[in-house]
Design a protein around this ligand. Structure first.
Ligand code: ATP
Length: 378
């Protein structure tokens, strides 16, 4: 059953079109994560679901009810913000029970709901403290607890972990996933963090300039991005893009010329509208490039920078005359991600190779033209 349905949602601010034709149906119990570059409309979309922003046009349904014009309090949602937004003069218990007190629920019901949420979040010992006496992670648990006590149909999270340090983020990420499994509620979550998106989401929504680019499970989106935007947005380090030109097309076969590589022939390609001479982009993920191994296609590159992360080594190399676009470092670099520790030195020349089956071809309009790849956990 659908929990939240967004139908043709449009949002215009004065002089700015922030949301463009948003259509999305979210099932009960899903964990939806919205990602996209800064300013793409993630928070605006979340706020329109919460009722903190009005929509210019379109319809919003929550649990089968049209709530487009409803006040936030009547929508059956609870929102958790990045800045915990706790009342400093109230104890943890009072903060957590605030929504129910406002709704004039009986004291026993409020106490029971607060105790239950505190147990779930393991903050029972903190109930009598003030927010200033808590750590950042504990404060964020209180903010989540305040949402839980209201038993909402839908939880909305706006970057709830971004103020926490790395270790606490990892811990809270696991806790939120566990909480989701335990409560079975619908959750909609906005983040900039790729790992949060990939690990927590049942489906990721990728937004760009107020539009939805693609919706799908994390591995679907990672393995089969619909276009060059999604391909470049998901994955860190990001996908390598090489500029090429179409030199021949025949049925579903395309020949691509990329400076610095032999002619490449790709099969199963969508060739509708594609013409000889068109500029196209070849994409390959950094973990699919290998160095100093025999592979079907290879090129030389000069090592510019090596990042030793222990578990993996990330190599940034200059592969001129290959023309790369939009690399992580902003320069003409090929990025190679290798498992383990690789003894590489700056300025040495390495041979980098790849298999054609691991590549993506993007047309002049950015659409993915190569056929879907089987989903595989890397
Ligand atoms: P970030 O990741 O930086 O938080 P976001 O994807 O959440 O970004 P929004 O906060 O949703 O982006 O903003 C989307 C766009 O709408 C931005 O370009 C922003 O400048 C614009 N915007 C947001 N609020 C208003 C407003 N009240 N008036 C005019 N423009 C606004």
């Amino acid at each position: 059953m659908s929990s939240v349905i967004l139908e043709n949602i449009e949002k215009h601010y004065t002089g700015f079109h922030a949301l463009k034709g948003i259509n999305l149906s979210i099932d009960k119990g899903e964990f939806i994560v919205m990602v996209g570059p800064s300013g793409c409309g993630k928070s605006t979309l979340l706020k329109t679901i919460a009722g903190l922003e009005t929509v210019t046009s379109g319809k919003l349904m929550i649990s089968g009810r049209d709530v487009t014009g409803e006040e936030p309090g009547n929508r059956g949602i609870a929102m958790v913000f990045q800045s915990y937004a706790l009342y400093p003069h109230m104890t943890v218990a009072e903060n957590m029970g605030f929504g129910l007190r406002m709704a004039k629920r009986p004291k026993t019901e409020i106490d029971t709901a607060v105790r239950r949420a505190a147990e779930i979040l393991r903050i029972t010992e903190q109930l009598d403290k003030l927010p200033k006496q808590l750590s950042g992670g504990q404060r964020q648990r209180v903010a989540i607890g305040r949402a839980i006590t209201r038993s909402p149909e839908v939880f909305l999270f706006d970057e709830p972990l971004s103020n926490l340090d790395a270790a606490l983020r990892t811990q809270m990420r696991v806790e939120l996933s566990t909480l989701h499994a335990r409560l079975g509620s619908t959750m909609i979550y906005v983040t900039h963090d790729q790992v949060e998106a990939m690990t927590m989401a049942t489906r990721i929504v990728v937004l760009n300039k107020g539009r939805i680019e693609q919706v799908g499970s994390p591995l679907e989106l990672y393995t089969n991005p619909k276009n060059i935007f999604v391909a470049g947005f998901l994955g860190a380090p990001r996908m390598n893009f090489f500029q090429g030109k179409i030199t021949a097309t025949l049925a579903d076969t395309v020949t691509l010329s990329v400076d610095g590589l032999p002619q490449l022939t790709l099969d199963g390609v969508i060739t509708d509208g594609l013409e000889v001479g068109d500029v196209a982009t070849l994409g390959i993920r950094p973990e699919r490039l290998v160095h100093n191994q025999v592979s079907s296609i290879s090129f030389d590159a000069r090592v510019r920078l090596v990042e030793h992360l222990g578990r993996e080594t990330v190599l940034y190399a200059d592969a001129t005359p290959l023309k790369t676009t939009g690399s992580d470092t902003g320069t003409q670099n090929v990025t190679v991600q290798m498992a383990g520790i690789e003894p590489l030195r700056t300025d040495e020349t390495v041979r980098i190779g790849f298999a054609l089956a691991d590549t993506y071809l993007f047309g002049p309009d950015g659409r993915t033209l190569t056929p879907p790849k089987p989903l595989k956990a890397n």
